[in-house]
Structures are given as C-alpha cells and as structure tokens.
Write a protein that binds this ligand. Structure first.
Ligand SMILES: Nc1ncnc2c1ncn2[C@@H]1O[C@H](COP(=O)(O)OP(=O)(O)O)[C@@H](O)[C@H]1O
Ligand SMILES: [Mg+2]
Length: 367
C-alpha cells in the first residue's frame, strides 16, 4: 500500500482544452478518497493521470515516495476498475482474474490461492468457469474487481464502477466495496458523479468543478460546512434551495431580505461575521431538511405563505415544492402527513440554525 500525492497537476488536451487546472491532493496510505462532480469536470482525466493512461501537462504525481510522472502504467503498481468492466470476452472469470499474475510469472499455486481468496471475498466462486457473456452485469463487475484485488496493488483506482448496474444492485455492491476496503485497507481513489455514492463510500470526498477542486473533506463536514455555493448545491439531496437577497440592519440585529418577500432575522451567532455584508447582495441557502410547515407550536421562524405546487410522498417523508410570490420554487422535505394537497396555501418555516449565506454567483464563497 502507499500514499498518493498530486501536486499542481494539470492536463491540457492536444486540442488546447484545459481539463484539469492545477489539482493538489494528498491521499494517505489506506485512505478511501472519492472524486465527485458533474460530468466533464475532470474526474476521469485526473484518475487516468494517476494511472499513467494520460500524460501530465504540469505538476507531479507521487505514489509512495516515488514520483511517477515518467513511469509506465504497468510499473506504477496500481489496479484500475472501469465502468465497462473491460474483461477479456474469450476468457473465463478465473482466466481473467489470473491473467496479470500469469504475465508476472507468478507460481501456479500462488495464482490459485489468490484467485480463490478473491472469489470467496466477492462471492463469485461459482462463476470461475464462466465467460463474461454468461454473466450478469453485476457478476462481471465483481470479476473486474476480483481481477484488481488479486494483483495486490499499492492503490486501487475506480472510475464509475457501478454506473452500469441497476439501482438496487448499485446500492448492495457499494456496501460490498466499502466492506472490502475495510478488510484490505488498500489506498483507493474512486470516481463518481453520484454524490450519494461519494458520501456513503468515502473517508474523504473531493468535490470538483471545471477542472478544479472546490472542497475536500470528510463527507459530513462537506455536507455541514460547504465551502461555496457550488458544493452546497451539489452535495445533499434534494439540492439546497437558494434565495438571492441582501443583508439589512434590523434594530440591533441583522435580517436577510429578498425581493420575493422572504425576510429572516439572522441567528445571534451569525451577527459578527455578517455585519460587514450590510447592504450587499448575498444568497441564502437552506436545505429542504431545514424547512418545515409552520404551525402554532413550531419552534422555527415562520417565514412566508406560499402556494404548494407539488407533493412527492417518499414513505416516511415527503417533498413539497412550493412557490414564492416572485415565482421562485423551493423544496421542503418534511415528515409525511396526510391531507395536504397541491394548490393549497401553506406557511413555510425555516430553521435559522440551518441557514447558510454565500457570496453571489455559482461558486460564491460561504460567508
Ligand atoms: N481526449 C480529449 N481531448 C479533448 N478533450 C477531452 C478529452 N478527453 C476528455 N476531454 C474533455 O475534458 C473534460 C473532462 O473530461 P473527464 O475527465 O472525462 O470528465 P469527467 O470524468 O469528470 O466526466 C471534458 O470537458 C471532456 O470533454
Ligand atoms: Mg468520467
């Protein structure tokens, strides 16, 4: 196993497009790090540079103490698992898993032992004689993971390995990958566009946008303290609601006010940091979980009366889409209750303790 260190890594493709703009990231030995972000933000390019499948335009990459910029992929001691499995179609599962070991001239009894152990771990012992076309997508992906495990690499690289699986299988396989990492403790870099997959798998998640790291940290820290509006909107489901407005003096305190009529006193612990923003535009952010239907005994600040547009029951909870007077839509996730129907007028409340403020713009910093 080994640490992996990226320092100001850049990638400019031959057509001049800069896909990765100076990424620096230190991954500890044994850590499970997830690169997450929307399609096209540079996740795969970053991972492929670590693997050596893509040349680096600037910066350095080290695996353990060794800088690998000019080291061939096969000599980097990493194993990569792709979305499309990339198994050899004419080989059985056993042969697929054994292939890299054979090339390395590993003794036969060693090969049998390692493939056997990996097959047991992944519950694919009964598949060892089958060819890929005789397997389901989930089974093929297990074989692809098995092929990576038997090589006992310093580092696993995963590029959206679950994307081709159906929703249910994705969730069970994800839990298995996590438990596999807890057993093997091999340094892992995992790429996904799915924020929920990132949150559930990563010791640390690295949120990317436009070829740059926006924030890196443990999943709950990123969820609770997003560094900017982009991270706040990307992590968490349903996405955070944003309301543009400004900070105003409000007696001794401060208030947020928006043209759409939302007015909210700031929590006492925000006053010191927000006083500098009086009169300036800010964006309020609140997660759907930080909103509620106001009633007489609600401890939250009642905020506004809205029209309820859509009700989406989820079982224990429901998502309410409501509309502010100016037409802006907000989503609230509230405990499920009967007798609430689209078209009705309701009063929404916000938990001021769960409110975030951001500088204007898509990547506006958290204030
Ligand atoms: N060979 C290439 N030549 C030019 N542009 C590329 C090439 N490969 C990827 N890109 C571009 O680089 C950006 C990042 O791609 P990629 O790393 O695959 O994103 P992600 O994996 O986050 O979806 C995208 O805009 C993509 O179109
Ligand atoms: Mg990709």
């Amino acid at each position: 196993m080994a640490s992996v260190s990226l320092s100001s890594v850049r990638k400019v493709y031959p057509n001049g497009y800069e896909a990765v703009k100076g990424v620096s990231l230190d991954i500890s030995d044994g850590e499970f790090v997830v690169l997450v972000g929307p399609s096209g933000c540079g996740k795969s390019t970053t991972l492929r540079m670590v693997a050596g499948l893509e040349e680096i335009s600037g910066g350095t990459i080290a695996i353990g103490p060794r800088i690998v910029n000019d080291i061939e992929p096969k000599d980097r001691d990493i194993a990569m698992v792709f979305q499309n499995y990339a198994l050899y179609p004419h080989m059985t599962a056993f042969q697929n898993m054994a292939f890299a070991l054979k090339l390395r001239k590993t003794p036969k009894d060693q090969i049998n032992k390692r493939v056997g152990e990996a097959a047991r771990m992944l519950h694919i012992e009964s598949l060892l004689d089958k060819r890929p076309k005789e397997m389901s997508g989930g089974q093929r992906q297990r074989v692809a993971v098995g092929r990576a495990i038997v090589r006992e690499p310093k580092c696993f690289l995963f590029d959206e390995p679950l994307s081709n699986l159906d929703a249910k299988l994705r969730i069970t396989t994800r839990a298995e990958l996590k438990s596999l990492h807890q057993r093997l403790k091999t340094t892992t870099i995992y790429v996904t566009h799915d924020q929920e997959e990132a949150m559930t798998l990563g010791d640390r998640i690295v949120v990317m946008s436009n070829g740059e790291i926006q924030q890196a940290g443990p999943p709950l820290e990123v969820y609770r303290r997003p560094a900017n509006r982009f991270v706040a909107s990307f992590i968490g489901t349903p996405p955070m609601n944003f309301i543009d407005g400004a900070i105003e003096a409000n007696g001794d305190g401060l208030a947020f006010a928006s043209p759409a009529g939302v007015r909210l006193a700031l929590a006492a612990d925000r006053l010191a940091s927000m006083r500098a923003h009086i009169g300036k535009p800010v964006t309020l952010g609140v997660r759907p979980q930080g909103m509620a239907i106001a009633d007489a005994n609600s401890s939250m600040d009642r905020v506004w009366s809205t029209k309820l547009l859509v009700v989406e029951p989820l079982g224990d909870a429901m998502d309410l889409t409501c509309e502010l007077p100016g037409g802006q839509r907000l989503v609230a996730r509230v405990p499920a209750r009967e007798m609430i129907s689209p078209g009705s007028k309701i009063s929404m409340a916000i938990d001021v303790g769960q409110v975030h403020y951001f500088a204007p713009g898509e990547h506006g910093a958290s204030l």
